[in-house]
Design a protein around this ligand. Structure first.
Ligand SMILES: Nc1nc2c(c(=O)[nH]1)N[C@H]1C(S)=C(S)[C@@H](COP(=O)(O)O)O[C@H]1N2
Ligand SMILES: [Mo]
Length: 257
C-alpha cells in the first residue's frame, strides 16, 4: 500500500510540477502567437505588391493584340486576373472620351430653348439667336418673396415670354395654358392671361414687370455646365404674393396646350 501511496504522490508531484511550469510556458507562447499573426500579415501584404507590379508594369507595354495572344496561352486563373487589368484601361479611356463627347453634346443641347405644342412655329432657339431678339429683351431688378418670408432683389436679363410666344412661336388661338418644364422635372403651369399680364413688386408698386425667360442673373450668364441656361422669372401678382417658388431654373421645354 505504501508503494502505491508513494507512486500516487510522485504522480501528483509531477502533475503539479508540470502545472506550475505551464504559466511559465505561456509567456513564450504569446510571442509565438504574435509571430504567427505577423507571418500571415506579411504574406497578405506581399501579395498585392506582387500582383500590382506586373499589371502596372505591363499596362503601357501591352497592346490589345498582346492581350489577345497572352490570354489563351496562360492558364485560366492568370487569364481571368490579367484580362480585366489589361483591357480595362483602354476601355476607361474610350469611356472617358465618350463621356466628354456626350457632355459637350449635352451643353450644346442645353443651349437650346424649346417651345412645343399649340404653336405654328415649334421653336428650337439657341441662346445666341434668343439674344438677337432686341425688341423683346427686358432687364430689371426683380423682387422675390419666398415661402418662409425671405426677400431679395435679383437683376435678370432675358426675353418677355408672352412676346416670344406671340411673335416668334406664333401661339395658336385654341391654346389655353403654358407649362414651363425644368430638366429636374420641376414645372409651373400658367394660363395665357397669367403669361400676358404685368406683375408688380410690393416694395416698388409703380413698376410693372413682364414674365421673362432669363439667361443672365446679376450680370452673369448661366453656365451650360449646370444645365439649360434659362430661368423663368415672374414678379408678384399683388403684395404678399410668394413669387420665388414660381421661378423655374434650367428650363427644358415650354409646352403650349
Ligand atoms: N428647376 C427647378 N426650379 C426651381 C426649383 C426646383 O426645385 N427646380 N425650386 C423652386 C423653389 S421652391 C424656389 S424657392 C426657388 C429657389 O431659387 P434658388 O435656387 O435660386 O434659391 O427656385 C424654384 N425653382
Ligand atoms: Mo422654395
Amino acid at each position: 500500500m505504501k508503494k502505491y501511496l508513494i507512486i500516487i504522490l510522485i504522480v501528483m508531484l509531477t502533475i503539479t510540477g508540470c502545472a506550475t511550469d505551464k504559466p511559465l510556458s505561456t509567456e513564450p507562447e504569446t510571442p509565438k502567437e504574435v509571430e504567427n499573426i505577423e507571418e500571415p500579415l506579411d504574406t497578405v501584404a506581399e501579395e498585392p505588391i506582387i500582383s500590382e507590379e506586373p499589371t502596372t508594369g505591363e499596362d503601357p507595354v501591352m497592346t490589345e493584340e498582346a492581350v489577345g495572344t497572352e490570354a489563351p496561352a496562360t492558364t485560366e486563373v492568370p487569364a481571368t486576373t490579367e484580362d480585366p487589368a489589361t483591357t480595362e484601361e483602354p476601355l476607361i479611356i474610350e469611356e472617358e472620351l465618350a463621356q466628354e463627347e456626350t457632355e459637350e453634346l449635352q451643353k450644346d443641347e442645353n443651349n437650346i430653348l424649346k417651345i412645343e405644342g399649340l404653336v405654328e412655329n415649334q421653336l428650337k432657339l439657341p441662346l445666341h439667336e434668343l439674344k438677337t431678339l432686341n425688341d423683346i429683351i427686358f432687364e430689371a431688378d426683380f423682387y422675390s418673396l419666398n415661402s418662409f418670408g425671405t426677400t431679395g432683389y435679383t437683376h435678370f436679363k432675358g426675353v418677355k415670354l408672352w412676346d416670344l410666344l406671340e411673335q416668334n412661336a406664333l401661339i395658336k388661338a385654341e391654346a389655353s395654358k403654358v407649362s414651363i418644364v425644368a430638366q429636374d422635372g420641376y414645372s409651373m403651369e400658367f394660363t395665357l392671361d397669367q403669361v400676358k399680364m404685368d406683375y408688380m413688386d410690393e416694395t416698388n408698386p409703380d413698376t410693372k414687370y413682364p414674365m421673362i425667360i432669363a439667361w443672365e442673373e446679376n450680370g452673369e450668364e448661366y453656365s451650360t455646365d449646370e444645365g439649360a441656361p434659362y430661368k423663368l422669372v415672374v414678379g408678384q401678382k399683388e403684395p404678399g404674393d410668394v413669387n420665388k417658388p414660381q421661378w423655374v431654373s434650367n428650363i427644358d421645354v415650354i409646352i403650349i396646350e
